[in-house]
Ligand binder design. Sequence first.
Ligand code: 9MR
Length: 477
Amino acid sequence: MVHAIPRARRAATVLLTVGLMAVGLVSVFAGTAAAATTLGAAAAQSGRYFGAAVAAGKLGDSTYSTILRREFNSITPENEMKWDATEPNRNSFNYTNGDRIAGQASSQGARLRGHALLWHQQQPGWAQSLSGSTLRSAMINHVTQVATHYRGQVYAWDVVNEAFADGSGGGRRDSNLQRTGNDWIEAAFRAARSADPNAKLCYNDYNTDGVNAKSTGIYNMVADFKNRGVPIDCVGFQSHLSNSVPGDYQANLARFANLGVDVQITELDISGSNQAAVYGNVTRACLAVSRCTGITVWGIRDSDSWRTGENPLLFDNSGNKKAAYTAVLDALNSAGPEDPEDPEDPGTGGSGNVRSTGAGRCLDVPNASTSNGTQLQVYDCHTNANQLWTYTSSKQLTVYGNKCLGASGRGTTNGTAVVIWDCDGDSNQQWNLNSNGTVTNVQSGLCLDIPATANATRVRLWACSGSANQQWSGPTG
Ligand code: 9MR
């Protein structure tokens, strides 16, 4: 996000540009939004998520589930999708508890972070006793089966967890998985991509929060994967911290992001008397990196934490908000609206446009023809398909910032047919941006259906099938 023009002036310039461009449209900016009052809503202002690790066995605890539903818009199963849980006997799968977590995420409209397909810990006994090519094929089968089962439900998978060694060498951890051959990680990522092409595929590890030998070893692996076309989309930084955060935390996130992957804080918990301040610092570091797409805390109440007695979470044992909670919420709220001109910037979702809710996601039309009537596919900027979009008051589709479809100079002139993929990925919907400023379904002529119409309500876009057809304002230019 390097720009020569200060943010305030850029915003003013954009407002003016939009004002000139969108004569007759409802005002694009709704003004400064009130501060959000939950972690998820506050993170969503910048297109990010705020998640928690969740245990299926606690969903029946009403204090726990009330906080979960109220505060979090991403869920990671703490243990339920690990190898020992999902494949207790070879090629015999048990998804009961994993499905409970997935169902909870779906029911509250939260993202699901899958965790973890391959890890040297929490393997079933049968896998621990295998080696060589037998283990390799069992590993890959596990990845394929589990990723296939959750296909379409998972936003991001921790495909491989904790495969690097601590210490100064920056090399791989010795494990039964590693002993099947150094290419086991890329084999796992390729299998996961084949099984669920729309999930973001992450490498996840701990003690990687600053620039150190271990994080640099992982950095080199990610760079190598990107160079050779091995599928990898994100790197998770667990961030189990004790009273401080490395001074180069943000710089470390940024160097990975600059490799062309998303970064996520995946298992955050912080002990010590400095807890609230450190939580604030970590949150601000993520917000400062445009490809830091979200933060997950590793549990809800202190009593839910794996770090018994350290009280490292945002809610006390009774479910009360701690000072650390306020520090995080304030940091998220202070981020303010993003830079509307920055294609890496996801948008606030509150400014009168339809935007992707994923951080760093903007609509892009790569290599598109610009002639009127040409059919285009609209992906996000990372060439991913299924996205959630936020609907707000003035009913526009934006490419990014305030560049409406058809007025952006990105190959989307008025009358150009575009394809907008639905959130479930089950059908590629073609939409036509009409010269009168509406968007209609190419195949059926139906317009977009917006089932929830409150400003900033998060919705999915799909073809209208009944009377609830919603017309969208398009660009005038
Ligand atoms: O929080 C998890 C705890 O309930 C399990 O007993 C433990 C088993 O090793 O795993 C914990 O979660 C770990 C996560 O899966 C990977 N990173 C470290 C986490 C804390 O140990």
